[in-house]
Design a protein around this ligand. Structure first.
Ligand code: FE
Length: 175
């Protein structure tokens, strides 16, 4: 009788554990300018209104110890500084845009440089006239909602190294 009871308890616990593995309850984490909920290897991240997007997302990435993954998002901003990398000079040329703009596309990736999480974001912004500007994102101030999805590759790690030829920190699969 005791053995049967023990088996029932073990099977019930195993069933609960399996169900929780297959249907994990979203774990919520938050920082000063963001709040996120986790679903297996994916996170839904909401950046707070008026926050600087790059700083907020980088803070989220570090706090959640993400070392390899991808980012996409939509939302709106009222100021943004984009960068254009000129391969001839190996220098970035910055341009700051102001005014209310939709984030019509936001893509990025997460890797590591010198062992620390390293993020790389590009953005496309469209204003009231529906004209779009795009480039490498240096910083942007949220104006409205900022809805981001982050996919993490658990335990994944991919280092970047500075490449003299391009002047960029590029993937280094040998490290
Ligand atoms: Fe870039």
């Amino acid at each position: 009788m005791e053995t049967l009871l023990f088996l029932i308890i073990v099977c019930t616990l195993a069933g609960v554990c399996f169900y929780r593995y297959e249907h994990p309850v979203g774990r919520i984490s938050q920082g000063k300018d963001w709040i996120a909920k986790r679903y297996k290897d994916k996170y839904v991240v909401s950046v707070k209104n008026k926050a600087e997007i790059v700083a907020a997302l980088n803070d989220f990435v570090v706090l959640n110890k993400i070392t390899l993954g991808s980012v996409n998002g939509i939302g709106a901003v009222n100021e943004a500084t984009l960068r254009f990398f000129d391969p001839a000079t190996k220098q970035y040329v910055d341009k700051t845009l102001t005014g209310q703009m939709e984030i019509s596309a936001f893509v990025g990736n997460i890797s590591t440089k010198d062992g620390k999480s390293y993020t790389h974001y590009h953005i496309t912004l469209a204003g009231r006239d529906y004209e779009a500007y795009g480039g490498h994102l240096l910083q942007a101030k949220l104006s409205g909602a900022g809805e981001f999805f982050v996919t993490s590759i658990p335990c994944g790690r991919l280092e970047r190294s500075f490449d003299e030829q391009t002047g960029l920190n590029i993937y280094d699969f040998e490290k």
